[in-house]
Design a protein around this ligand. Structure first.
Ligand code: SF4
Length: 313
């Protein structure tokens, strides 16, 4: 039997990351996104290039000067400490942050953890960049420090993954999730709603698959078009139809209902800034998108895990 505590935790109908971090660390903690100069096998690999079609040339990341990542992390963490935060989580976000030799990975991660006030690591990567060696390193580090790993699942539909030049099938994601879980490493799955050719039915199949994998955390955003991505051309050629705000808010509300109640909802909308986002412009007002989703959940008298409970509870 699943116990629902969502509303008690944060006053919202879902369990968000800031609530989790506050509970875990006993005070406010913020994630700091960094580009530490990694690359991606899907953009500049031996066998593949071009990248996922939604990705921008900065690797869907923070855009700082990679040479100055440590300085950025240090300065921003210091500011947080001055404001009374408990500290920060170093979020290795841009590109694929396990795509290096394991010795180098260890140096990068430890360089972040050495900084005063950095309480843990969040490592974004591709499922095909998680081999036994680097999973062993992550497992080792996760015993010493707080750590989670983020993987882009995006959809369970292999046809869509191929259409978007993802470079691997959904089965690779499933394999990576089980390997990480086998080592007790917290795993966050990313999903995109509104990829080309996907109906609501297909989107909900991916949500169901995600809920069955029972990740520690999830992120959802609508497909959005950013400057420099392959999809930019498709968008201007009229080949892509994007979700309207109301459509997305309804889909995201269902996503929340379908997730396990214990899963931490890290993000429920897009987070690209004005200079880089082409469409949909409603994505720029993140608070408004969140409010719409919460409004729909309240209208449905619903909350995180409601549909999960009905199916598996
Ligand atoms: S989205 Fe991630 S995996 Fe895809 S090309 Fe960009 S950096 Fe690589």
């Amino acid at each position: 039997m699943i116990e629902l505590k969502v509303n008690e935790k944060n006053g919202l109908p879902y369990y968000n990351l800031s609530s989790f971090l506050k509970e875990h660390f006993g005070g406010k903690v913020r994630k700091i996104s960094i580009d530490a100069g990694f690359s991606c096998p899907n953009r500049k690999g031996k066998e593949r290039e071009g990248g996922c079609f939604w990705c921008d040339p900065k690797g869907s990341g923070s855009g700082n000067d990679p040479k100055l990542w440590r300085q950025k992390l240090e300065e921003e963490t210091k500011r947080l400490l001055q404001k009374g935060f408990k500290g920060s989580i170093a979020y290795f976000q841009s590109f694929s942050n396990t795509y290096r030799e394991v010795k180098e990975l260890n140096e990068f991660y430890r360089a972040a953890l050495e900084i005063n006030g950095v309480l843990g690591l969040a490592i974004g990567t591709r499922a095909d960049c998680l081999n036994d060696e680097n999973i062993e390193l992550l497992s080792h580090l996760s015993k010493e420090k707080f750590l989670w790993v983020e993987i882009g699942m995006q959809t369970k539909n292999d046809k869509t993954l191929e259409l978007c030049n993802r470079g691997y099938s959904h089965s690779i994601t499933v394999e990576a999730v089980y390997k990480l879980k086998g080592k007790n490493i917290k795993t966050v799955l990313h999903l995109i709603a509104g990829l080309p050719g996907e109906t609501e039915e297909i989107i909900f199949e991916s949500f169901e698959e995600c809920s069955k994998l029972m990740p520690w955390g999830v992120k959802l955003h609508p497909l959005h078009i950013v400057k420099g991505s392959f999809f930019e051309k498709w968008f201007y050629d009229g080949k892509i139809k994007l979700l309207e705000l109301n459509q997305y808010a309804n889909i995201a509300a269902t996503f929340i209902e379908m997730m396990p109640p214990e899963t931490v909802i890290h993000r429920i909308t897009g987070e690209r800034e004005e200079g880089i986002l082409i469409a949909p412009k409603w994505c720029l007002d993140k608070n408004n998108v969140r409010n719409e989703i919460v409004k729909i959940l309240k209208e449905r008298n619903s909350f995180q895990g409601k549909l999960f409970k009905q199916r598996y509870g």
